[in-house]
Structure formats: C-alpha cells, structure tokens
Design a protein around this ligand. Structure first.
Ligand SMILES: [Zn+2]
Length: 332
C-alpha cells in the first residue's frame, strides 16, 4: 500500500495495461475466508487466525506443508470451481486478461479424486470467464517427490480429459528430491500428446537443475530459475534459446529461496536478481506463484519489481512477454 503523500509506485497507465499471468497455482490462491468456508462445508470449521498462522512459513519445506494442508480442503468439482471463481474475480480486478492456471493433479490423484469431473467443472467456469474478458488455460502439474510413475499418471489424466484448455504439463514440489533424468519418459509422453513442457527448477536448487530440465526434458519455460544467476553460460543459453524464467519475487522472499540463493540468512525484495537477469537478456515473465499464500497480487509483484530496481519501461516489456511466452498456441 502506498503511504499518503508518496507518489504511487506504478503509473495509472501502467496499472491499466492488460496483463497475462503464467505461473499461478490454483491451490495457492485460496484466500483465508475461502479456506474457512470450505472447512465449514466439510465439517471441520477453523478460524481465520488459524489459516493466517498456517500461511506464515520460515522455509521452503514449511511452505510445502502448508500447501498440502490448504489443498486438503479441495475435495470435489464444486470446491475447485469456487476457488477458480474467486481467483478469476481477483484477476479481472487487476486487468489480467489471460492466465495459465497450474493444477496440482498429482495431489488430486494422491487423494483418489476424479480428475475428469474436477476438470469439467473448471472448464465450464473458464468458459464463463472467457465471456467476461478473462481467458484461462490450464497446466497439469505433477509433484516431483512423488516420483516418475505418479507423474506419468498426471500426463495420462491430461490425455483422458482431452480438453483444448489443457496446454502444458509441468512438475513442481521439491526439486532436490528426484533427479530430472527419471522424468524423461514422462516428458516425452507429454510432448507426444501435444502438451507444452515446463518445470520448477533453480528455485531452491542450483543452475544444474535448470540445465538438466532443458537438456533432458526439453522444457520450454522454467518456474523460478533464479539460480541461473550463478551460471553466466546458462544465462546466455536462456537468452539465446529464448527460454523464459517465470519470476515470482514475493514467493522467493517468503519461502527463503532468495536468501538461500544469495547465501544469506535473510533477503528482501530489493535484493531480488530480476533486474540482473533482465539486463543479461534472459527472457522473464512476472507472476505471483501462490498469491493468497504469499500475500501478494500481480500488481504487487510489478511494484516489487520496481522496488528491486526495474524501470517502468522495462516492466512494460515484461507485460508483453507475458503474452509472448504463453502457451496459447500448440507446440510446433
Ligand atoms: Zn510454483
């Protein structure tokens, strides 16, 4: 929030630009009031204070635990639809006209949910938002620590749903848990059924994790990827091959990923390497990751980027990149 008597961080003209958001987990968008409503619906009422305390973490694994906890309230199609509706309204209020929503299908399958039914509900809700000027597409996401067999089931679920709204397959979770090479067949299969490929890498892991995701799995976008700052040759490769990093500044601060990459005990937005990456020519897009869990919004992330040292004209280029690097078109 801008204090009184201070000029706004971003101009009104910039704020009004139509924007795209490409790294956004549905499960991480549950506002505390929505968590409370779902908990009551499922017969286990909780207070807003409890949600708030669960949404405060000191490290990455603490965040993963909270993510698991909050997604436990999503049990069927109506729950997913409620959350997408809430998220869509928040995105429209920020002039977001295109969003790729990451769905933790790995967690749905772990909980023996009917992925097709969940997705049917989401697809119908997405149609309703398209009529209001916000286009949704979806990324089916596996969980790295669940292993390759579970990830293959996520790709199979995407195939079964057979929807043009499912545009990509990705993997998130603990990038240090299972080596990239084990997912080679899974990514080959995703590509064979016409999905784009992406992966969380170089968030808490190193540049090596990013290199492997590109070389072994053929990914076209990297979730986070801030570890690239340690490897000038990798930054050059990302620039040359036009492989964008999906940068989520507040997430990196809140999970401790930024401090970890910088080798310090604590790090704030001002130290985020987004300006360095951008000025090295690495393609970047800006996102919230888990807006409710990180107490952020897309506009707040552009403000964060400004405070990290980006000029507004540079941010306008990043707005354009949000559309340019979207997965609207099928892979060629
Ligand atoms: Zn993420």
């Amino acid at each position: 929030m801008t204090p009184e008597n201070q000029p706004p961080i971003l101009s009104a003209e910039f704020v009004s630009l139509p924007k795209a958001e490409l790294h956004l987990h549905l499960e991480g968008s549950l506002q505390p009031r929505t968590v409370c409503a779902l908990a009551t619906k499922h017969g286990t009422p909780i207070s807003t204070e409890e949600v708030t305390s669960r949404y405060a973490y000191v490290d990455f694994l603490g965040f993963i635990e909270a993510f698991k906890w909050v997604s436990s309230f999503l049990r069927g199609p109506e729950d997913y639809v409620l959350v997408l509706r809430d998220l869509g309204d928040q995105l429209l209020a920020q002039n977001v006209v295109y969003a790729e929503i990451t769905l933790s299908v790995g967690v749905m399958l772990l909980r023996h949910q009917n992925v097709e039914r969940n997705f049917e509900g989401l697809a119908a809700e997405a149609e309703a938002f398209a009529a209001r000027g916000l286009e949704f597409n979806f990324i089916f996401d596996g969980v790295r620590q669940f292993g390759a067999e579970a990830a293959m089931k996520v790709v199979e679920a995407a195939e079964t749903c057979a929807s043009k709204l499912i545009v990509a397959f990705g993997i998130g979770g603990d990038e240090l848990s299972v080596p990239a090479v084990e997912f080679r067949e899974v990514y080959d299969r995703a590509s064979a059924i016409g999905l784009h490929r992406l992966m969380h890498a170089g968030e808490i892991g190193g540049a090596k994790e990013i290199r492997e995701a590109i070389a072994m799995l053929g990914v076209e976008r990297i979730g986070h990827g801030i570890a690239a700052i340690h490897d000038p040759d990798l930054m050059a490769l990302l620039a040359e091959r036009r492989i964008p990093l999906e940068i989520c500044p507040q997430s990196n601060v809140r999970t401790g990923a930024l401090a970890r990459q910088l080798g310090t005990s604590d790090a704030g937005i001002a130290q985020h390497p987004l300006p360095l990456l951008f000025r090295r020519g690495v393609p970047v897009v800006l996102s919230t990751d888990d807006p409710a869990m990180f107490h952020t919004s897309l506009i707040a992330e552009y403000e964060n980027a400004r405070q990290a040292g980006m000029q507004e004209a540079e941010l306008a280029q990043i707005v354009k990149s949000g559309f340019k690097y979207s997965f609207k078109q099928r892979p060629t």
